[in-house]
Design a protein around this ligand. Structure first.
Ligand SMILES: NC(=O)c1ccc[n+]([C@@H]2O[C@H](COP(=O)([O-])OP(=O)(O)OC[C@H]3O[C@@H](n4cnc5c(N)ncnc54)[C@H](OP(=O)(O)O)[C@@H]3O)[C@@H](O)[C@H]2O)c1
Length: 259
């Protein structure tokens, strides 16, 4: 049976590709982001191309009341969310004493608080129905501290830890929780994070199509809680576990430094 999939950050990059992937597999989609024009055009394209429903909700998830409002609006329209993709998020590059605090607080609100609230509202309904899936987009950044992107790496460590704990709590209750941990991926992310001058995005960047394909396939077909797309990313995140944390932190700093 067709499911309804809510995707945050559907206007670009990984969320945009997930929207096509789920709609192309016959599911109705709920598209959420701030960019109204992009989402309206995307919903038309999806409905024409795949013959499914594509709802649009404009929401700035950095606003404290936004997640609750989004949940109420979806309930008011009588839409049941079967799958939640908590994908919206962004980073910020730079020395902590120079970065803008307001951007970092917005980041914590989007990457952590909104993701937690939406998991609570929609996840609790899934638990009472004994059916549902949540995919939280973390990052390979979740596995270690990240000098020069200190707040971003810390938000993703939260997403990974939170997702693994929820997956454990809800195992056996019909609700599957997954953390998708991509490495550097070609999307609008590096521009939004002001990362253009960092070494991180100079080589080994994965295509967004490959990340979404692997995330979708593994989420829908197996019980893995943590998905790291790409062999190179799996080797790196695996190796980190056996290295002293201070050494790993120093290596991340070198990789992140400006070219
Ligand atoms: N690209 C990478 O290298 C990479 C690697 C690991 C993890 N990730 C994670 O993947 C996720 C998606 O990022 P991406 O790479 O696809 O970047 P992207 O192309 O910049 O897309 C980010 C999406 O998040 C939405 N968003 C940002 N701020 C928002 C807000 N305040 N309210 C609502 N929506 C907001 C944006 O929509 P609007 O601007 O229209 O609001 C956009 O749709 C993020 O969680 C990111 O941390 C990315």
């Amino acid at each position: 049976m067709n499911k309804t999939v809510l995707i945050t950050g559907a206007s670009s990059g990984i969320g945009l590709n997930f929207s096509h992937k789920f709609a192309g597999s016959g599911h109705d989609v709920i598209l959420v982001a701030r960019s109204e024009e992009k989402l309206m055009a995307l919903s038309q394209e999806i409905m024409n191309k795949y013959g499914v429903k594509a709802y649009v909700f404009i929401s700035d998830l950095s606003k404290p009341e936004a997640s609750k409002k989004l949940y109420s609006q979806i309930k008011e329209q009588g839409i049941k969310v079967d799958i939640l993709i908590n994908n919206a998020g962004f980073g910020l590059f730079g020395e902590f004493e120079e970065t803008e605090l307001s951007k970092e607080l917005d980041m914590i609100q989007v990457n952590i608080t909104a993701l937690t609230e939406l998991s609570k509202y929609f996840g609790n309904e899934m638990v009472s129905r004994k059916n549902g899936r949540i995919l939280n987009v973390a990052s390979t950044a979740a596995f270690q501290p990240g000098p020069l992107m200190a707040v971003y790496y810390a938000t993703k460590a939260y997403v990974l830890s939170f997702s693994e704990a929820l997956a454990n709590e809800w195992a056996g209750q019909g609700v599957k929780v997954t953390a998708l941990c991509p490495g550097a991926t070609k999307t609008g992310f590096s521009d939004a994070a002001e990362l253009q001058s960092s070494k991180l995005f100079q080589s080994g960047v994965m295509s967004v199509e490959d990340v979404v394909e692997e995330g979708y396939k593994q989420m829908m077909t197996n019980d893995k809680v943590v998905i790291v797309p790409g062999m190179k990313n799996r080797i790196l995140t695996g190796a980190i576990r056996f290295m002293p944390r201070k050494m790993v932190t120093n290596i991340v700093r070198k990789v992140q430094e400006r070219v």
